[in-house]
Design a protein around this ligand. Structure first.
Ligand code: SF4
Ligand code: SF4
Length: 155
């Protein structure tokens, strides 16, 4: 019997439909964190402070459809700008496919369970504070968490 390979194994990122593209997001929430550039090294350093539209417990954007109207600097990821976003986490499905690595074993499309990204310890669910809780934007510097962007992709 012929085995049908999933779309992420047979299509390039630019060949995917909108629905396929959107389904690749594993829901880790790592790209919704406030980041700073280290002046000495040029490294992009994440904090535990998340965008004001991010729901920490649900680990998702609360207004994804209109997010760019409310947060103009929210990154619109495309097959063509991944190279220009080196701070995207190594675990990010878009980055992994762009680098020819395939999806991780814990990815929801592989497991069939949305919660597998959380159970694998890759997401930031329940670990962030909302930027709206800060008195000043620079207060996010008090919550630098370099470990959040270490390679936790595993599988
Ligand atoms: S880092 Fe990638 S996989 Fe994770 S939420 Fe952002 S776009 Fe989705
Ligand atoms: S607008 Fe939504 S998708 Fe964009 S960074 Fe904020 S929470 Fe994340």
């Amino acid at each position: 019997m012929a085995v049908t390979r999933p779309f992420w194994e047979t299509k390039s990122l630019s060949e995917m439909s909108v629905a396929e593209w959107e389904s690749l997001c594993d829901g880790c929430g790592l790209c919704c964190l406030i980041r700073f550039e280290d002046e000495d090294t040029g490294d992009i350093v994440p904090t535990r402070v998340a965008c004001r539209l991010f729901d920490s417990e649900a680990c998702r954007c609360t207004n994804y459809g209109e997010r760019r109207r409310h947060v103009p600097d929210c990154i619109q990821l495309t097959p063509h700008n991944i190279d220009a976003l080196p701070w995207m986490p190594a675990s990010c499905a878009y980055r992994r496919l762009h680098e020819g690595k395939g999806l991780a074993a814990w990815h929801p499309l592989v497991t069939g369970e949305r919660s597998s990204v959380h159970e694998a310890g890759v997401s930031v669910r329940g670990q962030t504070i909302n930027e709206s809780c800060l008195a000043r934007p620079d207060d996010a510097l008090d919550f630098i968490a370099r470990d959040l962007l270490r390679d936790r992709s595993g599988g």
